[in-house]
Design a protein around this ligand. Structure first.
Ligand SMILES: NC(=O)C1=CN([C@@H]2O[C@H](COP(=O)(O)OP(=O)(O)OC[C@H]3O[C@@H](n4cnc5c(N)ncnc54)[C@H](O)[C@@H]3O)[C@@H](O)[C@H]2O)[C@@H](O)CC1
Ligand SMILES: [K+]
Length: 503
């Protein structure tokens, strides 16, 4: 797991490292600038004209140190230090002196009026105006400078975080006063803001650079937010016992499909068996029998009394895990049948798609959802259940609170799907691609999670691992098919390779 700390926490980690490594603050800045410079040199040639904009704090200190190191490395660098209040942080002042001691530098300290340099498409701007010390949206001259940079065609590389962006909550921020970076090279840990879709235009590509903060304090400092890695998931999948039989891997029940939406049931069912469930029964409306039996002989079928939609289900105690929702439709009979199911079911359920919409239409059902059930909404479905949000930060906070209040697991789907658990933890998934934003992709995910639950994984683990498998298979499908051309069943087709890659 990669921990995601708030900017306040990172400041404490910096401080602890300075005191206990020990290392002086100026040397920590030097370390940060060194890793930034080496990453920068790998990406941009020495022919590039570089314009560094530094602010008055330690983000500016980094920028001045980077300007010095790039000059040393043979780059042509023009540096502008903005110092309107004539007050620099200690490290910034020291780095200014170090830079001034160099030969052949182009350095301008801006106190009052300022004629900005012409910026061209082939230039690279290094943004070191503000970092994690930002405490209010940018205004005045700084905002004007940000707009000037944004209007140019130059490539922008941000130090630590694009200037003007807060690490977490940007609800009250002014989007016009935030740097639009092409690349953000951040120190130590990803920031929560990087994972939220509304910030993508500011952050561009991002990469974490290790500045060797103290390992003990990193390990002992708690955080609710983490980024899942392949190693975490590899540890989840144990080798199968040689004497295993199909009963060992559970019997899953999928309640899905309605007239015109049988495909969803098929997609989900196939993903479930491809993810290792021992047995799968699909409960579908009568009319779907032939379609399912023909297309997918490995699954067993339990027919609903109704020809076209879900109206009742019985015998649920026999199953190790149950999912409901893909292609279910919203017929009033189905709403009643869902209510009845919730009255009798004791195990955690996977609730997806139309089943979520039925819950949204009758919020009393929320109280009946068994503890540790898994809800897999996309943002719109979540809004229907929990109310509108002004941006995805607000939605994430709501999902986190919702998971705690209702003691469920919310899998909030998106580019970085967030798995919010009943204990308040949020696990972000970092794989997958935009090609997966295609019809039926969610049905596949539901099938995967259902299978992992059937095999005995805890709901939280099944959710985290299921989302990772889905993303990994999606990435493999995109390599084979392209993001444009891939369809949901391609994701299922790649599940085998995804398992192999992870294990
Ligand atoms: N030793 C350390 O603490 C390290 C810090 N590092 C760098 O230092 C940065 C944080 O430095 P600082 O805490 O000095 O903060 P910044 O450099 O982000 O900001 C400087 C100061 O600007 C002022 N300010 C905030 N918002 C403003 C606004 N809207 N308009 C005008 N002024 C405003 C504040 O007084 C703030 O302290 C990180 O982002 C990172 O780049 C890295 O070098 C790693 C080590
Ligand atoms: K910055």
């Amino acid at each position: 797991m990669i921990k995601i700390f708030s900017t306040d926490k990172v400041r404490e980690l910096d401080k602890y490292t300075i005191q206990n490594e020990p290392i002086s603050s100026i040397d920590l800045v030097e370390r940060a600038a060194t890793v930034f410079t080496s990453e920068f040199c790998r990406r941009y040639s020495k022919q590039t004209r570089i314009i560094v904009f530094a602010g008055q704090g330690n983000n500016g200190a980094d920028a001045l140190a980077i300007a010095r190191m790039l000059t040393d490395a043979g780059y042509r660098v023009e540096t502008y230090l903005f110092n309107p209040t004539m007050r620099l942080s200690e490290d910034c002042e020291l780095n200014k002196q170090r830079l001034l001691h160099m030969e052949k530098i182009e350095f301008t300290e801006v106190v009052n009026d300022f004629v900005p340099p012409e910026l061209e498409e082939r230039d690279v701007v290094i943004d070191g105006l503000f970092g994690s010390g930002l405490n209010r949206p940018l205004t005045g001259g700084f905002a004007a400078m940000v707009r000037y940079i944004n209007q140019s065609d130059a490539t922008v590389v941000a130090i630590d975080i694009p200037s003007g962006l807060f690490g977490e909550d940007n609800r009250k921020n002014d989007p016009d006063s935030i740097i639009h970076a092409d690349l953000t090279l951040t120190f130590g840990f990803p920031k929560l803001a990087f994972l939220l879709p509304e910030n993508a235009e500011f952050i561009g590509e991002w990469k974490v650079l290790d500045i060797l903060l103290h390992p003990e304090i990193i390990a002992s400092t708690p955080t609710q937010f983490t980024l899942v890695t392949e190693e975490d998931i590899a540890a989840v999948f144990q080798p199968r016992n040689r004497f295993a039989h199909k009963g060992t891997f559970g019997h899953a029940l999928l309640i899905a499909g309605s007239h015109g939406k049988m495909g969803a049931a098929l997609l989900s069912a196939k993903a479930c068996l491809r993810s290792g469930a021992g047995l799968l029964t699909v409960h579908i409306p009568g009319r779907g029998e032939q379609i399912l039996q023909t297309a997918f002989p490995e699954a067993m079928v339990d027919l609903d009394q109704h020809q076209d939609h879900f109206s009742s289900v019985s015998g649920i105690k026999a199953y190790s895990s149950i999912a409901i929702g893909p292609g279910l439709g919203k017929h009033p009979d189905s709403a009643k049948a869902l209510e009845q199911l919730l009255q009798v079911v004791e195990k955690p359920l996977v609730i997806d798609a139309d089943a979520l919409n039925l819950v949204a239409a009758n919020k009393d059902l929320l109280k009946r959802i068994p503890p540790r059930s898994i809800l897999t909404p996309h943002p719109k479905e979540f809004d229907r259940i929990a109310g509108e949000s002004s941006n995805s930060y607000e939605r994430l906070k709501k999902a986190q609170a919702f998971a705690i209040d209702h003691q469920v697991c919310v899998v909030l789907k998106g580019a970085y799907t967030a798995i919010c658990t009943a204990t308040g933890n949020v696990y972000f998934n970092n794989c997958g691609n935009p090609g997966m934003a295609t019809a039926g992709s969610g049905d596949v995910l539901t099938g995967i999670i259902l299978a992992l639950l059937a095999q005995g994984l805890e709901p939280e683990t099944a959710s985290v691992a299921g989302v990772f498998l889905h993303g990994t298979a999606g990435d493999l499908a995109a390599v084979y098919r392209s993001e444009e051309s891939m369809i949901a069943s391609d994701i299922t087709d790649m599940l085998g390779k995804a398992f192999k890659q992870i294990k």
